[in-house]
Design a protein around this ligand. Structure first.
Ligand code: GUN
Length: 294
């Protein structure tokens, strides 16, 4: 079998068209323009590129987009004060503090400072809790993108064996939680593998849907993929440089090997990546829409 390539760029573009239409309706009917502020601390090149892509996507959709860049040496109190300024700014519906933060800043404290109804990353414990009990206002962006890719490319999730490799708070834990909920695009039997799992290959080989967010190139090789599985590669690993001098990106899955056995697979780049930013835009729109009723 040669796998179908799940085109994240194409699916993300389609969803952005839906978001643009809903944004136009919100502006026309309620005079509300969705507003997003991104806060970048320091000069991490990967973070800089993510934040600039987020700002660009927001502008393209006609959102009010603010990009704050502050020095890596910023005092924790000053960062908390900046977050609070946007908590109180009515033109801003979504606040995103790009992670990771410098060592001297307590990440948990900063995430706790964001108003839950402006927490478009869905990292605040209130939003994490709402997700776990099956009543979320916002879905975390990368997991939401993964679920959309699966549903829109025809994966059967009801009763499926889903194996997630990686237990991060940003991807592994929330996607596992989302797919085990009752409801459409979920109802799966979910296993999470991590660095202390005795035999990840054993679990991976029985997965109808294999989601890999390990942060390690080749964490999953072709022999670990079940014939006919859907494989979602969340990895973004910068290895060496291409001929043009840019960083070369690879995922966590051996794409060649896995493609021979999977029914469908996401490429890196061009799979999960474009979806994450699109889901952030959808959350920002949703935060603005929630304002209508309050
Ligand atoms: N760093 C890596 N991924 C993310 C993300 O989804 N949101 C934020 N805020 N920081 C990140």
């Amino acid at each position: 079998m040669t796998a179908k390539i799940i085109d994240g760029k194409e699916i993300a573009a389609r969803i952005r068209t839906e978001i643009a239409a809903d944004t136009a309706a919100l502006v026309k009917q309620h005079g509300i323009v969705p507003g997003l502020v991104t806060i970048l601390v320091g000069e991490n090149p990967a973070s800089q590129s993510y934040v600039s892509a987020k700002g660009k996507a927001a502008k393209e959709l006609g959102f009010h987009s603010v990009q704050e860049t502050v020095p890596a040496a910023i005092a924790e109190g000053d960062l908390l004060a900046l977050v609070d300024r946007y908590n109180r700014d009515d033109s801003i519906h979504g606040i995103l503090v790009q992670l990771p933060l410098p060592k001297h800043v307590n990440e948990e404290k900063v995430l706790l400072a964001i108003r839950p109804d402006k927490d478009v990353d869905a990292f605040h414990p209130v939003n994490v809790g709402k997700l776990v009990i099956g009543n979320p206002d916002f879905l975390p962006c990368t997991p939401a993108g993964i679920q959309e890719l699966l549903v829109r490319s025809g994966a059967k999730l009801e009763g499926a064996e889903v194996v997630v490799v990686g237990r991060s708070n940003i991807v592994g834990k929330p996607i596992a939680n989302m797919l085990l909920q009752k409801g459409k695009g979920a109802n799966a039997t979910v296993t999470i593998c991590h660095t202390r799992t005795r035999d990840t290959a054993f679990h991976a080989r029985r997965a109808d849907v294999l989601i890999v967010a390990a942060g390690v190139p080749n964490a999953v090789t072709g022999d670990m993929v079940k014939e006919g599985a859907f494989v979602i590669d969340v990895g973004v690993n910068r290895v060496g440089t291409t001929a043009s001098g840019k960083a070369k990106l690879v995922g966590d899955v051996d794409f060649e090997g896995a493609s021979k056995r999977a029914a469908a697979i996401t490429p890196v780049p061009g799979g999960v990546g474009p979806m994450t930013i699109t889901m952030l835009m959808r959350n920002t729109l949703r935060a603005a829409q929630l304002r209508i009723r309050s």
